[in-house]
Design a protein around this ligand. Structure first.
Ligand SMILES: NC(=O)c1ccc[n+]([C@@H]2O[C@H](COP(=O)([O-])OP(=O)(O)OC[C@H]3O[C@@H](n4cnc5c(N)ncnc54)[C@H](OP(=O)(O)O)[C@@H]3O)[C@@H](O)[C@H]2O)c1
Length: 300
């Protein structure tokens, strides 16, 4: 099969061995995959034939040998650990969800890492009905989904994004859109930071006493912090979220996300859709921040 392999010269599409699924894995013909910002950083460092790719959607070609999971021919979406940017992927059944007919593989491929991260970090805020939620990096892959999910959960959402994104984010259910967290009014029950650096420090200044700040961004910029930052925000907690450490498998939450897309309540926010031969173009758009939402590449 053909797959993306990362070399010292960057990612290339080349021939590799077909994957050999374990008993609890289905073999999926990948039809679409999406990019994540974290993968950009890894592509710079893992140049020793690393096989990138976490977000995939496609068709089951071989069901799991242990008899669990979807039958051959079923369309699925999955979050894999790596090696998903390829014509075939071996996927643990518990990491897949079946796609309803009305959800395209391109839409589905936008969901796994960003959607699960958005959904699961909102849970850190508990019952969100009537609660105030601040989302930084709101125009990104995670942010656009999180604004919608928080609004669906009944929260009053403030999105932090460039001014030209205001209209779309209001349409997604945000109550207010501000250009920087400093401009957000009042205190929040939950702050989810997908921008990092100074945004995280300001996020702490915006949390209500006892509220939760999600430290989620992979931005390498450090944020200085000490006890006095918590005056007026007593008892606030900072929670570092690392998706790989989430205690439950992705399948059920992925089903929730595709169900919301199927019913028209969640826009998967595909900002760029290209054949995988144009991978470099999509990676540049992500690196240069020319994207709103997700970049999706289709195969075949
Ligand atoms: N902790 C986890 O498990 C986990 C899981 C998924 C993602 N992440 C991290 O969460 C962050 C958001 O992910 P994503 O997929 O939503 O990324 P994304 O699609 O690239 O979106 C990032 C958003 O943050 C904004 N932003 C503000 N300052 C930025 C900066 N210095 N560099 C880059 N973007 C900046 C961007 O605004 P513009 O629209 O103006 O470009 C964009 O809206 C990334 O750092 C990613 O690595 C963490």
């Amino acid at each position: 099969m053909r797959a993306v392999v990362n070399t010292i010269k960057g990612p290339v599409v080349t021939g590799v061995d077909d994957p050999r699924p374990r008993g609890d894995e289905t073999l999926v013909a990948v039809r679409a995959f999406s990019l994540n910002r974290g993968e950009l950083a890894l592509l710079k460092t893992r140049t020793d034939d690393w096989r990138p790719g976490q977000d995939i959607a496609g068709v089951v070609v071989e069901p799991a040998a242990d008899g669990t999971g979807p039958a051959a021919g079923t369309r699925v979406v999955a979050l894999v650990e790596a090696a998903g940017w390829a014509e075939l992927a071996a996927v643990p059944v518990e990491r897949t969800a079946i796609l309803p007919d009305t959800v395209s593989v391109e839409q589905a491929a936008a969901l796994p890492l960003a959607g699960l991260t958005a959904l699961r970090t909102l849970r850190l805020g508990g019952d969100l009905l009537g609660r105030r939620v601040l989302v930084t990096g709101a125009n990104g892959g995670v942010g656009r989904l999180q604004v919608q999910l928080a609004a669906l959960a009944g929260a009053e959402v403030t999105a932090v994004a460039r001014p030209e994104r205001q209209k779309e984010l209001l349409a997604f259910g945000a109550r207010a859109v501000v250009v920087a967290p400093e401009a957000a009014e009042g205190l929040y029950d939950l702050v989810a930071d997908w921008a990092g650096g100074p945004s995280l420090a300001t996020g702490i200044a915006k949390i209500r006493p006892g509220g939760t700040v999600v430290v989620g961004s992979g931005n390498a910029e450090k944020t200085p912090l000490n006890l006095y930052d918590f005056f007026g925000h007593e008892g606030a907690r900072l929670v570092g979220y690392l998706s790989y450490a989430y205690p439950e498998p992705p399948g059920p939450d992925l089903s929730t996300l595709v169900g919301l897309v199927a019913s028209g309540r969640l826009d998967p926010s595909v900002g760029l859709s290209l054949p995988w031969e144009h991978l470099d173009e999509a990676l540049s758009a992500l690196a240069e921040r020319r994207l709103s939402g997700k970049a999706v590449l289709s195969i075949g």
